[in-house]
Design a protein around this ligand. Structure first.
Ligand code: IPE
Ligand code: IPE
Ligand code: MG
Length: 254
């Protein structure tokens, strides 16, 4: 369980906000954003990519330590080839264009998902991006790309089965920590808060294992329009949540 940071100030003067250590964002609504403007879906994806840079800056300034963003799901391959190709091209372009800014902000980049199954040019971008940014300290940006929560759990199970087969692990010693420890990025804390813009009220296969006790916050704002005010609103809601983890609230324990 992550330790929560207090004391960050929002734009509303001296308002005290509780800031999640680990935040997840499902970057959804690009298509609808474009449709509203009578633009092609690709324009929505481009606007969405631009907005990721803003989110990184805002989260870094607020003191978030781990920001996991859902960029492409294992199910998104079912979209038309044109759209998938646009998303892959934008992915490559984003790092070329924005890594210097992320560097200035002290943001380390990591990738989570079935990266091995991606085309070589994408894998190369992931490898280089991680290597280039590994010493940056302010915040970790974790990009979920070709990510599926179920596939991640399968990945963990396979690792564990291998350890058992090799005689390195006893079946009776398998517990929740074993599953967590064999996920893609076991050192990243479970998200304290998951934000979903675009109004949909589902996880769509995002961080299924890790989200067991995450607070959820849905916004009707479409992802490319999701800015500082919306982020602050989410943190304001989070500040007022009573996270009991199955126990009692502080007042009831007294
Ligand atoms: C999110 O926006 C981007 C990806 C899923 C890759 P969408 O493309 O899902 O946008 P909507 O949901 O159609 O508005
Ligand atoms: C979730 O959005 C995946 C990403 C934002 C990358 P989708 O648009 O794919 O999810 P559904 O289809 O509405 O559940
Ligand atoms: Mg969508």
């Amino acid at each position: 369980m992550a330790i929560l940071g207090f004391g960050k100030k929002s734009s509303e003067g001296d308002e005290q906000l509780k800031i999640p250590v680990s935040l997840g964002v499902i970057m959804d609504g690009n298509g609808r954003w474009a449709k509203k403007r009578m633009l092609p879906r690709s324009a929505g994806h481009r606007a969405g990519a631009e907005n990721l840079k803003e989110l990184c800056r805002n989260c870094g300034n607020y003191g978030v330590k781990y920001l996991t963003v859902y960029a492409f799901s294992t199910e998104n391959w079912s979209r038309p080839d044109d759209e998938v190709n646009t998303l892959m091209d934008l992915f490559v372009e984003f790092w070329e264009k924005y890594d210097p800014e992320l560097e200035q902000e002290g943001i380390r980049v990591r990738f989570t998902g079935d990266i091995d199954a991606l085309p070589e040019r994408i894998k190369e971008v992931c490898r280089k991006g991680e290597e280039r940014s590994k010493n940056r300290q302010k915040m970790q940006l974790i990009v979920a790309f070709n990510y599926g929560g179920r596939r991640e759990i399968v990945h963990s199970c396979k690792n564990i089965a291998r350890l058992v087969k090799e005689g390195k692990l006893d079946i009776d010693d398998i517990n929740e920590d074993t599953i967590s420890g064999n996920l893609y990025l076991p050192d990243v804390p479970d998200p304290d808060l998951i934000i979903r813009p675009s109004g949909e009220q589902r996880l769509s296969n995002f961080l299924l294992w890790e989200s067991a006790y995450s607070e959820l916050w849905v916004s009707d704002c479409l992802w490319p329009d999701f800015g500082f005010e919306e982020l602050t609103e989410a943190f304001r809601a989070y500040t007022n949540r009573d996270r009991r983890f199955g126990g009692l609230s502080k007042e009831e324990k007294k």
